[in-house]
Design a protein around this ligand. Structure first.
Ligand SMILES: [Fe+2]
Length: 198
């Protein structure tokens, strides 16, 4: 089996992201999904591909800030112009499957991105209103409570999260538990980095 690698280095990917994303909220989300994807790569036995999984996570919403109506449709053009290879482009675009594009998540990396992206947003929204403002003391139970409240982080599609869990063959609790652990693995580093950017 071939190991997925990126045609872009991590620093090239970061520069490319910043060309199209200025909003700190978007940068923070990109970094979070990067960290989450890297954690999942290691957890699922794809440690050799961790950097590639991370870069796909970092760039997955590249077109959203400037082209919200063409999410995952504009991305190939921006990525190609930035030197991204087709595997990276497919990975990014497949997270819009059934929403804006008909590009199905095929690789396990793509299924993880599809399943964890929106959930990451929901867990983050739940974390920042806690006294700790952190996922370090967040448990599955409290995420599930928020998850069930349809008006909490209403933009995070429960349907997508559940479809993603099904693609992976996991129940919802497993997906939430792993994603909390994944977010814990990168929270401190990302907060420190964002603090320096501000
Ligand atoms: Fe996203």
């Amino acid at each position: 089996m071939s190991v997925l690698t990126s045609t872009l280095s991590r620093s090239q990917a970061w520069e490319l992201l910043k060309q199209y994303n200025k909003d700190p909220f978007h940068l923070q989300h990109a970094l979070t999904v990067e960290g989450v994807m890297k954690w999942y790569a290691a957890d699922l036995g794809y440690g050799d591909e961790a950097e590639f999984w991370g870069i796909v996570g970092l760039l997955h919403d590249i077109d959203f800030e400037e082209y919200p109506d063409q999410h995952c449709i504009k991305a190939p053009e921006l990525l190609r112009a930035g030197g991204a290879g087709e595997e990276l482009i497919h990975g990014v675009c497949s997270h819009g499957y059934g929403l804006t594009v008909d590009i199905k998540p095929e690789h396990e990396m793509e299924k993880v991105l599809y399943a964890a992206d929106e959930l990451t947003g929901l867990i983050w929204a739940a974390a920042i209103i806690r006294p700790s403002k952190s996922v370090m003391d967040m448990e599955v139970k409290s995420v599930k409570k928020k998850y069930k409240a349809a008006n909490f982080a209403a933009g995070c599609s429960r349907e997508v999260i559940e479809k993603g869990a099904a693609m992976l063959g996991w129940d919802l609790d497993t997906l939430i538990e792993k994603t909390i652990l994944a977010m814990r693995s990168c929270e401190a580093e990302i907060n420190a980095f964002m603090g320096k950017l501000a």
